[in-house]
Design a protein around this ligand. Structure first.
Ligand SMILES: [Zn+2]
Ligand SMILES: [Zn+2]
Length: 281
């Protein structure tokens, strides 16, 4: 696996590359703007150049880079205004990724707010279809697995399969698997056997070839808790053995694995070193 972390863009988008290199990232993830605001930033030519040249200088041209979409976007918002605002914001996210040459945009599928999963799944697909017809992106959308808190969709692989089935341009929609989320959703990945049964369930739903990235987070909450609380690697209920299995997986050699533990740069650096030390080599 290519190991990296979510890094800050504060002080300018190009700083993210430096931040990533400093803590030993082999790939990394960013927000392309403040993730809790609706404003729609577009990068200047200078910013784009600065980002691209640092990416090249630091050796990140041959690995996929990720962006995480704003938390405000709900692809199946029940309120019409909110839905339109989400769709517009998604177009802006895709556009910013393309400006920077980001490879994958990770997004949470959405929350149906009581309207039901079937309804949510069809509105999410409609949002993706509408968005992609308005703006044809280079970047691929990665639907992220969720813990299933509240009315969130995406805590079963079948949800993601059904969304993708209803998307017209399937080549633009793949999956990002978050270890903390799927564990909280009830997939028993704390053991090798659990990973194997999880992978066979993936095979039977959206399919292995759709699995393009991982979020590597341990879980503060127990199996099937449906609560999304990230823990540092090896300090939660998933445990080191599970991460050792996944970072050494033969089929995931070039797949990005991103740590998302809200702490500080030093903690990220330690977690990256720890994950790298689990490699058999
Ligand atoms: Zn995640
Ligand atoms: Zn999470």
């Amino acid at each position: 696996m290519k190991i990296g972390a979510h890094v800050s863009i504060s002080g300018g988008i190009q700083n993210s590359v430096m931040n990533a290199a400093e803590i030993g990232c082999e790939t990394f993830q960013i927000f392309t703007q403040n993730q809790r605001q609706w404003k729609s930033k577009i990068f200047s030519q200078d910013e784009i150049e600065a980002f691209k040249s640092s990416r090249r200088d630091k050796g990140y041209n041959s690995v996929p880079l990720l962006s995480h979409a704003s938390y405000l976007i709900n692809m199946c918002a029940t309120d019409e205004n909110n839905l339109q605002r989400s769709r517009k914001a998604l177009v802006d996210e895709l556009r910013r990724c393309d400006q920077l040459g980001i490879n994958y945009l990770v997004i949470h599928p959405g929350a149906h707010s009581g309207k039901g999963e079937e309804w949510g799944i069809s509105v999410i697909s409609e949002t993706i279809n509408e968005t992609i017809s308005r703006y044809q992106p280079q970047v691929e959308i990665l639907l992220e697995t969720t813990a299933g808190s509240g009315t969130a969709i995406g805590y079963r692989f079948k949800h993601l399969q059904k969304i993708i089935e209803q998307v017209d341009n399937k080549s633009k929609v793949d999956v990002c698997l978050d270890t903390c989320h799927i564990f909280a959703a009830g997939y028993p990945i704390q053991t090798k056997e659990g990973w194997e049964s999880t992978f066979s369930e993936i095979e039977q739903s959206f399919g292995w070839q759709k699995l393009k990235a991982f979020h590597l987070n341990d879980s503060l909450k127990e199996l099937a808790s449906r609560r999304d609380r990230h823990a540092a690697i090896g300090e939660g209920h998933i445990g080191l053995k599970s991460f050792e299995y996944i970072v050494n997986h033969e089929r995931l050699k070039d797949t990005p694995g991103i740590i998302e533990i809200p702490a500080n740069q030093n903690a990220d650096k330690d977690n990256i070193e720890l994950l790298k030390s689990l490699r058999f080599e």
